[in-house]
Unconditional design. Structure first.
Length: 363
């Protein structure tokens, strides 16, 4: 056998390379991680979203007129008025007009107002230290309160699209401000002068709210304090001049200043501002939703009960159905329990769908 050096054959020494060659390292393919917000939405949507029971613009008969075989469709013929040839009679059809009987014929609108205070942070972002997470997605992603609010908002907008409702979204922290379609939070400041407006861009909004970005770029960026009364005032202010037969308002928060009944009353019925709960409720149902986590369930339930008591005392009727509380639960199989369903049912009120919600009385 040859020795290491020149002239050896491969058969003699297998450690000899006949010629040098360049080893090319191929760049790795970038794999995008699954978006947990969209994954949760796509898991829940088929289970929760429902279509209205009938047409949005129904018609009802108001009389009769002659049916012309040459110009009128056979579907409009009143068959009992038709007679065979050669007997000539007056063949009739019904005259129809649009009607707004029932919810399907109404011009209906969905308002969504979301708590954007610092306590709605937490989860997978690094900008909300000291704030506990609100749960974990089925694939293990830690969720902040603003993540849950984004998913719930997308779910409600999807239901609004099915029902052909317009919608608008606001946020509140130190003040109330527009989020969609007229976003007004820029350069770290809330621009309260921007007036929000109704939107029909359901798909664009759903994509926007399901986008997974850092906390400081999120639609409901967690920051500042919790002043829900300013958010309520902003929603009612922006809606002035718009004509809706009914609007449903859903306010999502973590409890904020509602740690007592008196605190809840100040947030809901503050007289120092131009508008409060009374003004929104004149337009249609107003629901309050307190988000929490399994770790603060007693506090979450106390906040919610304070809001119910404040509403019931103010309106002197049972308003228990006007405030709900829930947190994200995932069972041993990774399935989400009782998440988002109640909020979607709130959005179904405009569509005339029967829900399992406790009634929220009108005033």
């Amino acid at each position: 056998m040859g020795t290491f050096g020149g002239g050896e054959r491969y058969d003699d020494n297998p450690f000899i390379f006949k010629e040098a060659s360049e080893y090319i390292i191929q760049p790795q393919m970038k794999l995008d991680a699954a978006n947990p917000l969209r994954a949760m939405y796509e898991d829940l949507a088929p289970l929760l979203l429902r279509s209205p029971p009938s047409k949005r613009f129904p018609q009802q008969p108001t009389g009769r007129k002659e049916w012309d075989i040459l110009t009128d469709p056979i579907s409009e013929l009143i068959y009992t008025s038709a007679v065979p040839d050669p007997i000539i009679g007056q063949t009739l059809q019904r005259t129809m007009r649009p009607t707004v009987e029932g919810k399907e014929g109404l011009a209906t609108h969905l308002n969504i107002l979301v708590d954007c205070s610092g306590s709605m942070g937490g989860g997978g972002d690094s900008g909300s230290r000291g704030v506990g997470m609100y749960g974990v997605s089925p694939d293990g992603f830690p969720l902040g309160g603003y993540h849950l609010a984004q998913i719930c908002t997308a779910m409600m907008i999807a239901q609004a699209e099915i029902a052909k409702d317009s919608f608008s979204v606001w946020g509140f922290a130190g003040s109330g401000y527009a989020v969609f379609p007229k976003g007004s939070y820029q350069d770290g400041r809330e621009n309260v002068s921007v007036r929000n407006e109704p939107s029909q861009d359901h798909k664009g909004a759903i994509d926007y709210f399901l986008d997974l970005v850092s906390a400081d770029q999120a639609p409901f960026r967690p920051h500042n304090s919790t002043t829900m009364k300013n958010g309520i005032n902003k929603v009612a202010e922006d809606l002035q001049g718009y004509e809706f037969d009914q609007s449903v308002t859903v306010i999502i928060m973590d409890g904020g200043n509602c740690g007592s009944i008196s605190g809840a009353k100040d947030e809901l019925f503050n007289k120092s501002l131009a508008y409060n709960d009374e003004d929104l409720r004149k337009m249609g149902p107003v629901f309050y939703v307190v988000l929490g986590s399994p770790y603060n369930k007693p506090q979450m339930e106390r906040f919610a009960q304070n809001i119910r008591d404040a509403l019931s005392e103010h309106y002197k009727k049972n308003m228990e159905g006007c405030c709900l509380d829930f947190y994200l639960q995932i069972d041993e199989n990774g399935d989400m329990l009782e998440f988002g369903g109640a909020l979607v049912q709130m959005a179904q009120v405009n569509a005339g769908l029967n829900t399992t919600l406790t009634p929220c009385p009108r005033i």
